[in-house]
Design a protein around this ligand. Structure first.
Ligand code: HEC
Length: 201
């Protein structure tokens, strides 16, 4: 990149950050419940695009889109990504709604038009200053490429697939108890009395 381009980019990013920070402070007291302005979102997206090295952006997915690979990616996404992104990629989750910026709807064009290499880079590196973590080993490159396949599949996700994914969503102690009760019930064991009051968010 030529020197002047870099300087221009830094100026644009700095101006964007200053405007974004100023606007949120004035209007929202820095609460994460707010939604970034269109300007802030556009600047962040462009800066990220430029920040991802071109050779990474142009990488092709080496993993074949077989049923087996997709199944593995679905289980993986349900476990590691769905708490923020939702099984359907909508981002409409307890965590997702409380993040700033919020996870975008991964089914929509803004995400789908990113290249395979760009999606892969984002999964491995995360996105700085946002809730999106970079996934480091033991996340394996193959697994991340499979997740890219799954992100491409999201717009066609069926209701059955979504329900199937719920099995692999991380569970809290409450659900473990429920699972055990269901097993006990199916095996004809007497159901235990609940001792603690129910805990809901
Ligand atoms: C702790 C919450 C959290 C988890 C867990 C998480 N993400 Fe994200 N993700 C986010 C947020 C927030 C963004 C939006 C960042 C931004 O606005 O630049 C995001 C953005 C993304 C994007 C970029 C989409 C776009 O259009 O810009 C991809 C792709 C993505 N996540 C994939 C994943 C995958 C795959 C996993 C699991 C391996 C995952 N994420 C786990 C919070 C999360």
């Amino acid at each position: 990149m030529k020197g002047w381009k870099l300087i221009l980019l830094l100026l644009v990013v700095a101006a964007g950050l200053a405007i974004g920070a100023g606007v949120s402070m004035l209007h929202n007291g820095l609460s994460a419940h707010a939604t970034p302005t269109a300007m802030e979102a556009m600047l962040a997206r462009n800066a990220r695009h430029l920040a991802i090295p071109a050779n990474a952006r142009n990488e092709h997915n080496p993993v074949t889109p077989s049923d087996q690979n997709l199944q593995e990616a679905m289980a993986h996404f349900a476990d590691h990504c769905a708490p923020c992104h939702g099984n359907d990629g909508s981002g409409d989750t307890l965590y997702g709604r409380g993040l700033y910026p919020k996870p975008p709807d991964l089914r929509l064009a803004e995400t789908q038009k990113l290249s395979d290499g760009e999606l892969y880079w984002i999964i491995g590196n995360g996105i700085r200053f946002t809730g999106m973590p970079g996934f480091v080993p033991p996340h394996r490159p193959q697994d991340d490429w499979k997740l890219v396949l799954f992100i491409r599949h999201l717009p066609q996700l069926t209701m059955e697939e979504r329900v199937e994914m719920e099995r692999d969503n991380p569970k809290g102690p409450h659900e473990h108890v429920e699972d055990q009760e269901e097993k006990d019930f199916l095996q004809g064991k007497p159901v235990q009395q609940k001792t603690e009051s129910e805990h809901h968010h």
